[in-house]
Write a protein of this length. Structure first.
Length: 186
C-alpha cells in the first residue's frame, strides 16, 4: 500500500490502466507485457511472481481478462475504489474507440484501404499474444520435464472439447496432490 501511495493514489491507478488500455491492441493477453512494464517494473506495485499468480486467477474467472487483472491489482492496492479506478481506466479507451468505429464504420466498410489495414493488423496481434505466452512459460518455470502439462491441457480443450473448467479443476487437484507428495518426501 505504501508503494502505491507514493505513486499518486487512485488517479495514478486510473491513468496507468488508461495507458495500458489505450496502447494495447489485441485484447487482454496482448496487454500482459505492458501491464508487467507499468505495474511491476515502473511502479513496483507487485512483483513478477505475484503478477503470474494474478494472471492465473484472472484467466480462470469469468469476464474480460484485462478487466479482471485490473480489478485484482486495483483492489489489492486501494480496495474497491482502486478496483473501480483500474476498471474504468482499462475499459474507457476500448469503449470510446469501439463507439467511434461503430459510428464511422458504415461509411468505410467497403474501402479497400481499410480492408488492407485490418489484414495487416491480424498477424501483429498474433505476435502480440504469442510473446507473453512464452514469457509466462519462463516465469512459470515450464521445463522439458513439465511441458507436457500445458500441451495436454491444450489438446483436451482444443481437440477433445473438454471444458476449461474441468481442466482447471483437474490441474488444481493434481497440483495439490503433487504438493502433498512432495511435502511428505521432505
Amino acid at each position: 500500500m505504501d508503494r502505491e501511495i507514493k505513486n499518486g493514489g487512485l488517479f495514478t491507478l486510473f491513468t496507468t490502466f488508461l495507458h495500458i488500455g489505450l496502447f494495447t491492441i489485441g485484447g487482454g493477453y496482448a496487454m500482459i507485457p505492458l501491464i508487467e512494464a507499468k505495474v511491476v517494473d515502473e511502479h513496483r506495485w507487485i512483483d513478477r511472481e505475484e503478477l503470474l499468480d494474478l494472471i492465473a486467477v484472472a484467466q480462470s474467472c469469468p469476464g474480460i481478462f484485462a478487466v479482471n487483472i485490473g480489478i485484482f491489482i486495483g483492489y489489492k492496492l486501494r480496495g474497491v475504489r482502486g478496483a473501480v479506478s483500474t476498471t474504468l481506466g482499462t475499459v474507457l479507451p476500448s469503449f470510446v474507440i469501439i463507439l467511434a468505429i461503430a459510428l464511422l464504420f458504415r461509411h468505410f466498410q467497403d474501402n479497400v484501404y481499410v480492408e488492407r489495414i485490418f489484414r495487416g493488423i491480424r498477424p501483429a496481434v498474433v505476435a502480440l499474444i504469442a510473446a507473453p505466452v512464452f514469457k509466462m512459460a519462463r516465469m512459470a518455470k515450464i521445463s522439458r520435464y513439465n511441458v507436457w502439462i500445458p500441451i495436454v491441457a491444450t489438446l483436451l480443450i482444443w481437440q477433445m472439447g473438454v471444458s476449461p473448467v474441468y481442466v482447471i479443476l483437474g490441474a488444481g487437484i493434481g497440483g495439490y496432490i503433487y504438493g502433498q507428495i512432495k511435502d511428505d518426501k521432505l
